[in-house]
Ligand binder design. Structure first.
Ligand SMILES: NC(=O)c1ccc[n+]([C@@H]2O[C@H](COP(=O)([O-])OP(=O)(O)OC[C@H]3O[C@@H](n4cnc5c(N)ncnc54)[C@H](O)[C@@H]3O)[C@@H](O)[C@H]2O)c1
Length: 285
């Protein structure tokens, strides 16, 4: 494995489980020092110990991403531990049964709670990381969902929050691109993690995920495997190649106008059901 992130420090929210855990492990295996930030402190510590055990630098921090003071504390702790921040990956998120009812039956508290974690949590993590990312001309990778691109038909708060994450990432790319910070968004399709709790165990479920995935070339991937499902994140943080064949298409024009460079072709691994929403232009190499 190459050291593409040697000497860099990355904060991963939701790093205790699933996609965030895989991302933290993969980044560390490629040389990054990783701050694993999660509400689940035991899980975060376990991931940090795993990284430590492999001879890499890591720290765990317990924080609710919807709580600004906690996010500020997590960011400050990461900066203190590693001397700065080069990357932020916002994986923390929730997908909850009360939010999965038909919209007219979802109560406002449920809707707002999902927004506070998935959308406000992304906002807060970015807000506190950005001053440090500007210093090092770093990168942000946010995690939306194909729900934001298609409307899966369930999860009012979830779908709205993920749509918000896509829009917020575009705003970030435009606002902070001139200051050297890139921002891009990943929209996973079905990933077999604790969040989806075995929901992809039947051939029918797999087929539904395949049908609902804009790339239309994948099947559910595993988010809890070392490195599973994260090559896209890796590429995004490193040098932003590729483009999404789904919802981000319209924004390619913006990237081209702003940079006078055409982004590269889609680079989906054949088994991946993920989509990528390119918001920042590829950096010059
Ligand atoms: N699994 C999928 O099929 C799928 C598909 C599309 C998008 N996503 C998105 O990917 C991201 C990761 O999901 P996953 O499947 O790995 O789920 P997961 O449940 O395995 O991991 C989510 C992590 O976020 C943490 N978290 C939850 N609320 C938090 C809060 N308030 N503050 C801090 N941490 C909190 C959890 O403790 C957990 O460690 C989420 O944003 C999710 O919406 C997942």
């Amino acid at each position: 494995m190459t050291e593409r992130f040697g000497g860099r420090a990355v904060l991963v929210t939701g790093g205790a489980s699933g996609i965030g855990r895989s991302t933290a492990l993969r980044l560390a295996s490629e040389g990054a020092a990783v701050a694993v930030v999660d509400l689940a402190v035991d899980g975060a510590q376990k991931v940090a110990h795993e990284i430590d055990g492999a001879g890499r630098r890591a720290m765990a921090y317990a924080a609710d991403v919807g709580d600004e003071a906690a996010v500020a504390g997590a960011t400050a702790a990461a900066v203190n531990a590693f001397g700065g921040l080069d990357g932020l990956v916002t994986c923390a998120g929730i997908f909850q049964p009360p939010d999965l009812r038909p919209l007219a039956e979802v109560d406002l508290d449920t809707f707002l709670h999902v927004l506070s974690v998935n959308l406000a949590g992304t906002f807060l993590a970015a807000k506190h990381a950005l001053p440090h990312l500007v210093e090092r001309r770093g990168a942000v990778v946010t995690v939306a969902s194909t729900a934001a691109l298609l409307g899966h038909g369930h999860g009012s708060g979830y779908t709205a929050s993920k749509g918000g994450v896509v829009a917020l990432t575009r705003l970030l790319a435009v606002q902070y691109g001139p200051r050297g910070v890139r921002a891009n968004c990943i929209a996973p399709g079905g990933v077999d993690t604790p969040m989806t709790a075995g929901a992809f165990s039947t051939p029918e479920a797999v087929e539904r995920v395949r049908r609902d995935t804009p790339a239309r070339q994948g099947r559910p991937t595993r988010g809890d495997r070392r490195g599973g499902g994260v090559p896209a994140l890796r590429g995004r943080l490193a040098r932003h190649r590729g483009d999404d064949p789904g919802g981000g298409r319209g924004h390619r024009g913006l990237a081209r106008r702003r940079s006078e460079r055409a982004p590269n072709r889609a680079r989906h691994p054949p088994s991946s059901s993920w989509s990528m929403i390119t918001c920042s232009p590829s950096p010059s190499r």
